[in-house]
Design a binder for this molecule. Sequence first.
Ligand code: IMP
Length: 502
Amino acid sequence: MYKELLQELLKDKKIVAVVCNQWGDTGKGKLVDLLSDWADLIVRGTGGANAGHTISVGGQDFIFHLIPSGILHDQNGKINILGRGVAFDPRVVIEELEVLKIAGIEVKNLKISHQAPLILPYHLLIDRIADKNQKIGTTGRGIGPLYADFVSRHSLFVNDLFNPQVFKEKLTKFLNQKKSILDNLDREQAKEILLHPHLGAGKFFDPENIFDIDEIVKKYTTEYADQLRDFIINLEEYLNQAKKENKKILLEGAQGALLSIDYGTTKFQTSSDCTIAGLAKGCGLREREVDYIFGIAKAFYMTRVGNGPFPTELGAKESEEYCAAGHSKEEEKEKYASQVDDLLSKDELSQGIAFRLLGREYGATTGRPRRTGWLDLLALKYSMQFNGRHLTLTKVDVLTGIEKIKLCTGYKYTGPEIFYAGRKLKTGDEIDYFIPDSDILYHCQPLYQEFAAWSEDLTGIKSYPELPNAVKNLVEFIENYTQGIINVISVGPDREQTIIKI
Ligand code: IMP
């Protein structure tokens, strides 16, 4: 049923995009998979191996980080592209190709922009050491240090892999420029981190200079270059040709607007612009070329991984600390899986654990428990300023059977008097807009409206009119509040569990 309606929704569209309106992990992978039937090309343009999506291959689940979610459709001739904005880690791509090969899938149609900036072992080292102090809770994939190098014009690019002399000269120069940082690192700590397989399993460690330049050059310009050579393209040229041939292009976002370096909650951000503007640019296109944007939001709860403000978090600061403490998925399942109903009637921290178990909210990249809370409509409305009016709600089935649903429709400011955007905020003030300044947002308490819930199983429902009235009320309330249009409602992980509302 969803297929015909989706076709209608995408009638006359040539370029469509999937982006997240929250803090990531909203189910972009499912939507990209669904849209891969429609698309000829699937392009990623932001982030890197910090993203994570689970894909089923031959009944087996695989977690991929860098190659686009459309990779399984390679067999059907679909082209998957890593764009110029991607933080490109050759090791990760090669490992992911290897996993696919073992599963019997020989990838033929992957393309990589020659201009993507290159992740090097020192990006991962600096990221991992810095996060011990900054406590942002990064994924440790080198994303921040790489994009910082890019902006300060100190990065190597994919194209350099194929010019060993240039690669070595640039690497030597950039490592020299980092000498003061590297000299100040604790050698033992650096060595320990460099023993990790993500950073060469000790191969790149040099006791004197921390990095053995020759070993890095060898690995990158011979082994990695040889395995990637056939995939390299000039992205803009390639896309211009595809557009001339009327090919359909799908842009796959990573992370979410609230993590964007431009619009996200300050400091606790990733380092690329995860909104449609950043995505289009990273894919070698312009935002105005995109005909339709699927702006995803989890509903009627939301999640965040890593640290940073999250006003509607169940259990507030206690939950943030609990989730940062490294409790594993296995541990939580063993301890609590049989008591979800009990947890739901207890304190907020327990309710948050129940939401996590119900929604299987554990990070694909890090395995960390995701922080959980009610849907924040101020945050959603804020993100939609950047990602447009069209919404896709995912995980709508997760809270079936719960007593009531709460939606955040305001904040109460509880911090010290402060100026924000030309206004003075005082304790007790009620606010009806999102504040991306983390220091202030940490002092915003959620104000909720309560709604009736439902107990019917939603996972088999195929059309909008069949949904329980309680769900339709919530959908309509969200549309009215955000002035958005909800076109897609996901009620389960399978393709068929998708309701299109036009
Ligand atoms: P980084 O992108 O590894 O630098 O991490 C910066 C922040 O973004 C941390 O809070 C991460 O948890 C968060 N983050 C990065 N990638 C993802 C993602 O794919 N989903 C959710 N959060 C992410």
